[in-house]
Design a protein around this ligand. Sequence first.
Ligand code: ZN
Length: 101
Amino acid sequence: MGLKDLFDKIWSDSKQKDKKETKKRSKKVKKIKVVSEYSNRFVKFYHLNKDRLNKERKGSYSQKKKSGICVRCNRKALNGIIFCEYHKQMQKGYNEKAREK
Ligand SMILES: [Zn+2]
């Protein structure tokens, strides 16, 4: 092995090592940044919109209740309850399952 080959080998080894480490480090940093940005954005969106979101949810529920529409789907609800025939049966199933526990 000549001196040039040895130099080339050391040079390429150190280059590869540097490349690997840089890649690893930047990947880690990027991941953390993305996660925190995502959660910050989500938290911000939630706080900006929580009143509106809650109001909308409540509004449509009581509106459907008042107009006699099933709150689970948009079919006509049965008299005196907030569900259609189908969802009344579903609800009955849930209650029976809950009681078994
Ligand atoms: Zn329904």
